[in-house]
Design a protein around this ligand. Structure first.
Ligand SMILES: Cc1ncc(COP(=O)(O)O)c(C=O)c1O
Length: 490
C-alpha cells in the first residue's frame, strides 16, 4: 500500500483531541512573540511542518519501517555481505552504561575494563587468525586495507634504504577481487596488476608467474575468494610472492568460512583485515558503524598504527610512544569501540567450539543450496564451495531473455531478499548466494523451491519474471534512469 509522505498528512491534530499529549517542552510565556523565543535568523516562515498527532507519526514511521527487508524479518542471502543473525545479547552488552558512558578523553585509570576488553580481543584475534599482533582502530574493511597497505609501503621504504634498492611498487590483484582492493592500493601509491582466474576459480598460476618480479610489493587475495572458492594452490601462490621479497595480503572481510578451521597466518599470509560488520555480530550494510581490525606478522608489527593497547603487570594503556616505526594514527581515539565490544561478546558467547561450528554450518548450508540449484542454473565452477557460491542466469538469458536482475526482482514477490547480482564481475549474469549459518534447513529449502519455481517461470511465462516485482510498493524500476535522474520528492 502506498504511504503518502508525512508532509502531505496533517490538519487533524485539533480533531484528534490529543494535541496536548505531545511531549513538547513548556515555554515560560506561550503568548510571547516567537522572535523572543527563537533567534530571528533561525526562524523560517516557509517550513511546511505537518500538523499531525503523535499517534499518526508513530504509525507512519512504523508502516515505512515495515516496508523494509531486514535479517530480523526475511532470509537475506546477499553474497559476500554475510547477512547473518546478530544475537541481541551482544547489542545489550555493548549498550551497558559502563561502556557507553566512557568519554574518549577520560583518564585511563577509569577505563581499565574497556582497555582490558580491547587488549583481550586482540589476543583472541591473534589466536583465531594466527597473527602476531592486531590493531583494532580501522573502522571499515577498506580502511583496514588502507592501513595495511600504508604499513607495507613503510616496510618497503625501510627495506629499500637498508638494501639500497628501488622501492617495490606493484600490487597484484586477482580478477575476482573486491573493488576496494585495487582502490586502496592505488590510494597508497601502488601500481596494480590484475591476474586472471583459471578454469577452477583459482588464481591462474601461469599468469601469476609472468607478472611476479623484483618490483612486486605484494598480492592481495580473498580466500575463499568472491566465487566462494578456496584457492587450491594457495601455498604455491604465497611462496611465489615471498620468493621475490613481496608480502601477501589476506582480504578477510568475510571470515565466515574460516573460524576454527583455517588460519590465514598459517598459510603464510603476512597481513590481513577482517570486517566485524560481517562475521562478528555487527550488521553489514546500512552505512552504520563498522570495524576492520588488521592482523600482522613480525615483519609488519613495528609499523602498526598508534595508539596500541598495552598491558604492564595488571595496568592497561593506550600507548602512542615507544613505536618509532609506526605509521601513526589512522582514526581518532581508538576506532569504533562499540562494534569491537560486540565482537568480543560474540567470541566469548560462542567459545572456540562455537566459532568452529559457525563456519562448518555456513559452509554446509552453502553447499546444500548449491547442489539443489545447480540443475536449474548454470554453475560456472562445479566444486565444493565455502560459505557462499555463485550461479548464473546465463541459460535463462540465452533462452528466454531473462536476466539475473529480473530473477532477483522476482524473488521479492516471493518474500525473499535478492542475492548479490553481477558480482564477481568474471561471471556473466552472476547470482551470488550466501545463506550463512543462521538459517534453518526449512528456510534454505523454501528459498531453493522459489528459485526453481522462477527458473520454470522463465520457460513458461518469462514476462512475469521480467516485469517483477509485482507485490512491492515500488515496481520494476528503470535502474539507469533512476540512478541518473533520481526523483526523490514525488
Ligand atoms: C571481500 C571484501 N573486501 C573488502 C570489503 C570492504 O569492506 P567495507 O565495505 O567495510 O569497506 C568488502 C565489503 O563488502 C568485501 O566483501
Amino acid at each position: 500500500m502506498f504511504e503518502a509522505p508525512i508532509f502531505e498528512k496533517g490538519s487533524r491534530l485539533e480533531e484528534s483531541g490529543i494535541a496536548e499529549s505531545r511531549l513538547l517542552p513548556e515555554v515560560d510565556d506561550p503568548s510571547a512573540p516567537i522572535e523572543t523565543l527563537i533567534p530571528s535568523n533561525l526562524i523560517r516562515s516557509d517550513l511546511p511542518l505537518p500538523d499531525i498527532s503523535e499517534l499518526d507519526v508513530v504509525r507512519h514511521f512504523t508502516r515505512l519501517s515495515q516496508k523494509n527487508f531486514s535479517v530480523d524479518t526475511h532470509f537475506y542471502p546477499l553474497g559476500s555481505c554475510t547477512m547473518k543473525y546478530n544475537p541481541k545479547v551482544n547489542e545489550e552488552i555493548a549498550a551497558m552504561p559502563g561502556f557507553t558512558n566512557v568519554h574518549p578523553l577520560q583518564d585511563e585509570s577509569e577505563i581499565q575494563g574497556t582497555l582490558e576488553l580491547l587488549y583481550d580481543l586482540e589476543q583472541y584475534f591473534c589466536a583465531i587468525f594466527g597473527f602476531k599482533a592486531f590493531t583494532l582502530a580501522p573502522v571499515a574493511g577498506a580502511h583496514g586495507e588502507l592501513t595495511a597497505l600504508l604499513m607495507m609501503k613503510e616496510y618497503f621504504r625501510a627495506q629499500s634504504t637498508e638494501h639500497r634498492t628501488q622501492i617495490k611498487n606493484k600490487i597484484i590483484i586477482p580478477d575476482s577481487s573486491h573493488g576496494t582492493n585495487p582502490a586502496s592500493a592505488a590510494m597508497v601509491g601502488f601500481e596494480t596488476i590484475v591476474v586472471p582466474s583459471d578454469s577452477h576459480g583459482n588464481v591462474d598460476l601461469e599468469a601469476l608467474n609472468k607478472v611476479v618480479g623484483t618490483d612486486t610489493a605484494g598480492l592481495m587475495l580473498t580466500n575463499p575468494n568472491t566465487l566462494g572458492l578456496f584457492d587450491e594452490h594457495i601455498l604455491k601462490v604465497v611462496d611465489l610472492i615471498h620468493s621475490v621479497g613481496g608480502l601477501v595480503y589476506y582480504d578477510g572481510a568475510n571470515a565466515n568460512a574460516n573460524l576454527g578451521i583455517c588460519r590465514p597466518a598459517d598459510l603464510g599470509f603476512d597481513v590481513a583485515h577482517f570486517n566485524m560488520h560481517k562475521t562478528f555480530s555487527t550488521p553489514h550494510g546500512g552505512g552504520g558503524p563498522g570495524a576492520g581490525p588488521v592482523g600482522v606478522n613480525e615483519k609488519l608489527e613495528p609499523y602498526l598504527p598508534v595508539p596500541r593497547v598495552t598491558k604492564k603487570f595488571t595496568v592497561y594503556s593506550l600507548q602512542c610512544t615507544g613505536f618509532p616505526k609506526s605509521i601513526g594514527k589512522v582514526h581518532s581515539f581508538y576506532g569504533n569501540i562499540n562494534v569491537l565490544i560486540k565482537a568480543y561478546s560474540y567470541i566469548r558467547n560462542l567459545g572456540a567450539q562455537g566459532l568452529r561450528k559457525v563456519s562448518e554450518k555456513a559452509v554446509e548450508n552453502a553447499n546444500y543450496m548449491m547442489n539443489k540449484l545447480k540443475d536449474y542454473y548454470f554453475l560456472p565452477y562445479d566444486r565444493i564451495c565455502q560459505h557462499e557460491f555463485v550461479i548464473s542466469a546465463k541459460w535463462q538469458k540465452e533462452k528466454y531473455g531473462v536476466r539475473a536482475l529480473d530473477i532477483a526482482k522476482r524473488l521479492i514477490d516471493y518474500g525473499f531478499h535478492p542475492p548479490t547480482i553481477y558480482f564477481p564481475l568474471i561471471v556473466p549474469e552472476a547470482l551470488m548466494i550466501e545463506p550463512t549459518e543462521s538459517e534453518s534447513k526449512e528456510t534454505l529449502e523454501a528459498f531453493c523451491d522459489v528459485m526453481i519455481k522462477i527458473a520454470k517461470e522463465c520457460e513458461t511465462d518469462p514476462e512475469i519474471v521480467k516485469s517483477a516485482p509485482h507485490t512491492s510498493p515500488v515496481s520494476h524500476l528503470d535502474e539507469t534512469k533512476a540512478a541518473r535522474e533520481p526523483k526523490l520528492r514525488d
